[in-house]
Ligand binder design. Structure first.
Ligand code: COA
Length: 337
């Protein structure tokens, strides 16, 4: 799947991230549910997660990430043509979080929309934004992954409350003839919906006293089943994208996987034959921020010098739906330092 010589590529030219200030540690969770720091760290790799302040929502985090991106690129929001926000925790059912971000940053020439792909949402959004650039129709597309998972977590349920956190990351896509998204593979399998979902708040079970009393506005997860599918799903799709682009393990500079569980990440890394230095992990600090894990990972990897121009980057994810995806990116930004 190597690019043809005249193809326009969608290159990441700026980025930004935001996590809330409040740190919810494992020790803090030990006080509210029957769990332990040792259990959480050994089963998931998570030490702490960030949680929004009261009144702060997905659009606030997404706006912060987008503003940092604009400052880093040194452009006005008026130059932005499209804003895509991947999220399963929009501020409201409508208007879209993209519309709220557009207004907050003053992107008065943009259109945009939200995209629901759960933990694979950022990958799906990046693929969508990339194709807008590749057609030649658009020159500046912002793709954001942002989720306020604390808004749909039952903090009395130890099976789920330890796993998730809040955060946002944003990237700017611009045309390039050499750098950017080279190849992507995405999948959706609705038969997995029964293992991970939120029962109420949509058109099937609109909000009512019953839905609230029965805790139907929280995440339901059959963790063991999701784990089984995720290990296999993310490893397989990461391997496929590498193989069909003739990338051997030594050709991959960095693998930035979705951060849901350190053991799921290790499974994919092993399948690709990667060493620890080739795998980006920050699940210890932020837990699973759903659509935000990968863009946050991209920002932190770049800012810490782990990604430099001409590097081969693989990103991949697995999530509710089930959804999964992997992408091969030829990194095109010089290191900031
Ligand atoms: N603290 C202590 N014990 C806990 C616990 C917690 N926070 N959560 C669950 N347990 C218990 C379970 O109740 C179970 O007890 P039991 O055997 O008496 O029933 C025991 O620990 C083992 O549970 P199990 O499900 O086998 O643990 P696990 O090793 O599979 O880890 C998850 C559980 C949730 C961490 C793991 O299944 C997972 O990460 N699943 C995928 C989650 C995910 O990625 N979701 C997002 C998709 S993108």
């Amino acid at each position: 799947m190597n690019k043809s010589p005249d193809k326009i590529l969608a290159n990441i030219t700026a980025m930004g991230m935001y996590v809330p200030e409040y740190v919810l540690s494992n020790a803090e969770l030990e006080k509210t549910v029957e769990t332990s720091d040792e259990w959480i760290q050994s089963r998931t790799g998570i030490k702490e997660r960030r949680i929004v302040a009261k009144g702060e929502a997905t659009s606030h985090m997404a706006t912060n990430a987008a503003n940092k991106l604009l400052a880093a690129r040194g452009i006005s929001a008026e130059e932005i043509e499209v804003i895509i926000v991947a999220t399963v925790t929009p501020d409201m059912m409508f208007p879209s979080t993209a519309a709220l971000v557009q207004n907050n940053i003053g992107a008065k020439n943009a259109w945009g929309f939200d995209l629901s792909g759960a933990c694979s949402g950022f990958l799906f959004a990046l693929q969508t934004g990339a194709q807008m650039i590749e057609t030649g129709r658009y020159k500046k597309v912002i793709v954001i992954g942002a989720d306020t998972m604390s808004s749909i977590i039952d903090y009395t349920d130890r099976n789920t409350c330890i796993l998730f956190g809040d955060g946002a990351g944003a990237v700017l896509l611009e045309p390039s003839c050499k750098y950017g998204v080279i190849d992507a593979k995405m999948r959706i399998d609705g038969s997995g919906g029964k293992y991970l979902h939120m029962k109420a708040g949509g058109s099937l079970n609109p909000a009512s006293h019953d839905t609230v009393d029965n805790k139907m506005h929280y995440i339901f997860q059959d963790g063991k089943s999701v784990f089984k599918f995720a290990v296999r799903g993310m490893a397989d799709i990461s391997f496929d994208i590498s193989e069909r682009n003739n990338l051997k393990s030594e050709d991959i500079k960095l693998f930035i996987p979705h951060q849901a569980n350190k053991r799921i990440i290790d499974g994919s890394a092993n399948r690709l034959g990667l060493s620890d230095e080739q795998v980006f992990i920050n699940i210890d600090k932020y837990a699973n921020t759903t659509a935000a894990t990968i863009p946050i990972g991209i920002v932190e990897a770049f800012e810490s010098g782990r990604l430099i121009k001409d590097d081969n980057l693989i990103i991949s994810a697995f999530g509710a739906g089930f959804t999964c995806g992997a992408m091969y990116i030829k990194w095109g930004m010089n290191h900031a330092l």
